[in-house]
Write a protein that binds this ligand. Structure first.
Ligand SMILES: [Zn+2]
Length: 261
């Protein structure tokens, strides 16, 4: 298919989805409950900090779920894993407050060793059932050249848990079935929505700076993030934006259209 044909098909699918109540362009601005899932402390801020701050501001309930304890996130020898995990937990809680996040859930897996297991999937589904989000955020597990296994596994586990959590016979002891309407992937090489975060980039950066243990690596990243947000903004004619790949949950299984939209 030519680029024009793919583009026409994508528009057609989007308008078809709208007829069924799925509007991926509006979802970040209209979702009432948002759950951002991060492999490590600070990933939600980098990937969707602006969106979370803006959503909290308009009265949406925002939550975070951090899958690992962040205990590998240092280049300095001399600090123990336990010490680092404790520090990063405090930093994450403070950063979440800056963004207006109501609560941070933790699964506590060891940083660098997030298991790709049925147990991890069920634990994530349990939190999804508890929070009942309309929109779930996760790293895109299909991003080109993503080398960190925690990120790839987190993206896959969240996608699977978002699907399974809607089945009443899946782990019925963990709560009533609930499946989010949308999965929004941050850290994506195939964005299909640019979220206007003009007026909220400052909050995103302020939240990121709470991750003091990461600042050495964060300084160049912060500058890069501003350039990245500017570039994304140009796509929709605003000052700053966050790029996401948003998929209605019904497209993440057995329908080969997710790539196109
Ligand atoms: Zn990470």
């Amino acid at each position: 298919m030519s680029y024009e044909e793919i583009s026409r098909l994508a528009d057609l699918i989007r308008s078809y989805l709208k007829q069924y109540g799925y509007d991926i362009d509006k979802a970040p601005y209209t979702a009432n409950r948002i759950l951002c899932i991060a492999p490590h402390p600070d990933d939600c801020e980098v990937g969707a900090g602006g969106l979370l701050a803006k959503a909290s501001d308009r009265g949406a309930e925002t939550y975070m779920l951090v899958l690992t304890d962040g205990s590998m996130g240092t280049s300095k020898p001399g600090i123990s894993r336990d010490e680092l995990a404790l520090r990063r937990r405090r930093e994450q809680e403070e950063a979440a407050k800056v963004l207006g996040v109501k609560k941070v859930y933790w699964l506590g897996y060891r940083d660098g060793f997030l298991p790709y297991t049925d147990e991890a999937r069920l634990r994530i589904a349990t939190i999804i059932r508890r929070v009942k989000p309309d929109l779930v955020l996760a790293p895109d597990p299909w991003m080109m050249y993503e080398a960190h296994p925690d990120h790839r596994r987190a993206g896959l586990l969240v996608s699977e848990a978002s699907l399974y959590s809607g089945f009443p016979l899946y782990g019925p002891e963990t709560g009533d079935p609930w499946s989010p309407q949308y999965i929004a992937y941050y850290y994506t090489s195939r964005p299909n929505v640019y979220v206007d975060i003009t007026g909220y980039l400052e909050k995103k950066l302020e939240a990121l700076k709470k991750h003091e243990s990461q600042l050495e690596g964060l300084e160049p990243l912060l500058k890069l993030l501003v350039v990245y947000a500017e570039q994304a903004g140009k796509k929709i004619g605003v000052k700053y934006a966050e790029p996401l790949k948003i998929l209605p949950r019904i497209l993440v299984h057995a329908i080969p259209l997710a790539e196109i939209i």
